[in-house]
Design a protein around this ligand. Structure first.
Ligand code: VOV
Length: 245
C-alpha cells in the first residue's frame, strides 16, 4: 500500500465570501450605514491587533465578478476562534446587508515529502503560522488530486509522488517574489482536498503560473479544480469608500 505523507499543520483557515445587498444598503439611513462601517472597521482593528501579536493573520479583498463582493481570509490557532470570528461578523450591522456566498475551511499545511523537515525549525513554524501578505491581488481555488482509472494519485508510491511534487515546486520557484502561495489542507474539513491561496502584485502572474503548472504532470494528470475567486486588496481605510453609496 502506498505510504501517506505525514503533513505538518499550522493555523486553521477560513475563507469567507460575502455579497452586499446594495439595494437594502442604499435604503438604509446614513447613520445606520455609518454605524455598520464603524463596527466593521473596529472588527478589522481587532484582527490587526491579533496579527501584530502574531496570534493569527487575515486578508481582506474585494472580489471581482459575480461570485461575491468581498472576501475575508482568516487564520487562527483554533477552529473555535474561526467560528467566533464568523459569528461576530454574522451578528454585526453590516451582516444585515450581506449574504453568505461561499466559505472554505482548511488548515495551513506543509507536506514533508523529503521527510527531512523539522517541525520545530523556526522557518517551518513561520510557514505554518504565516502573516499573510497584503499584496494587491488574491486568487483562491479549491482542488483535489484525481482518483480516476489510471490517473489515481492515491495509488502512486510515495517516491513517485515526491518526484512529481519536486517538479511542481521547481515550476513554482520561478515565481519567487511575484507570487506567494499558501496551501491549506481540507481533507475531512471541507468539500475539496486542498485550498490554494495565491497573492500577487500583478494579477496577470496568476494566469501565467496556473497555466504553466497545467503542464506539470502532477496537475495535468492529477489536478481537479473548483471555482476560482479573484480579488483586489481592500485596505481598512478604504472600507468606507468601498461601501460608499
Ligand atoms: C509560487 C508558486 C508555488 C510554489 C513555489 C509551490 C511549491 C510547492 C512545494 C515545494 C510543495 C511541497 C511541499 C509543501 O510545501 O507542501 C507544494 C505542495 C502543494 N502545492 Fe504548490 N507551489 C506553488 C503554487 C501552487 C499552485 C498554483 C497550486 C495549485 C495547482 C495548480 O496546478 O494550479 C499548488 C498546489 C499544491 C498542493 C495541492 C500541494 C500539496 C500537495 C500534496 O500532495 O501534499 N501549488 N507546493
Amino acid at each position: 500500500m502506498p505510504e501517506a505523507v505525514v503533513t505538518m499543520d499550522g493555523w486553521y483557515c477560513l475563507h469567507d465570501f460575502r455579497t452586499v445587498n446594495w439595494t437594502a444598503w442604499k435604503q438604509a439611513n446614513s447613520e445606520e450605514r455609518e454605524q455598520a462601517i464603524n463596527e466593521f472597521q473596529q472588527l478589522i482593528g481587532k484582527w490587526e491587533d491579533t496579527e501584530k501579536s502574531k496570534q493569527g493573520s487575515h486578508a481582506l479583498y474585494t472580489v471581482v465578478g459575480q461570485k461575491a463582493d468581498f472576501m475575508m481570509m482568516i487564520l487562527r490557532p483554533t477552529m473555535e476562534e474561526l467560528n467566533e470570528i464568523e459569528t461576530v461578523f454574522n451578528k454585526s450591522k453590516l451582516a444585515e446587508f450581506t449574504s453568505k456566498e461561499y466559505s472554505y475551511v482548511s488548515v495551513v499545511e506543509l507536506s514533508n515529502y523529503m521527510g527531512n523537515a523539522d517541525e520545530n525549525d523556526p522557518e517551518i513554524q513561520g510557514r505554518l503560522k504565516p502573516i499573510l501578505p497584503k499584496w494587491n491581488h488574491i486568487c483562491f481555488y479549491p482542488m483535489d488530486k484525481r482518483r480516476q482509472g489510471n490517473d489515481n494519485w492515491y495509488v502512486l508510491e510515495k517516491d513517485e509522488r515526491a518526484k512529481l511534487m519536486y517538479a511542481h515546486g521547481m515550476t513554482g520557484r520561478q515565481y519567487a517574489g511575484k507570487i506567494r502561495q499558501f496551501i491549506t489542507g481540507s481533507i475531512g474539513l471541507d468539500d475539496w482536498e486542498w485550498g490554494v491561496t495565491l497573492f500577487a502584485h500583478d494579477v496577470l502572474q496568476f494566469k501565467k503560473l496556473v497555466y504553466e503548472m497545467r503542464f506539470d504532470e502532477v496537475t495535468s494528470r492529477y489536478g481537479d479544480f473548483g471555482s476560482f475567486y479573484i480579488g483586489n486588496l481592500l485596505k481598512t481605510e478604504e472600507v468606507p469608500q468601498f461601501l460608499h453609496v
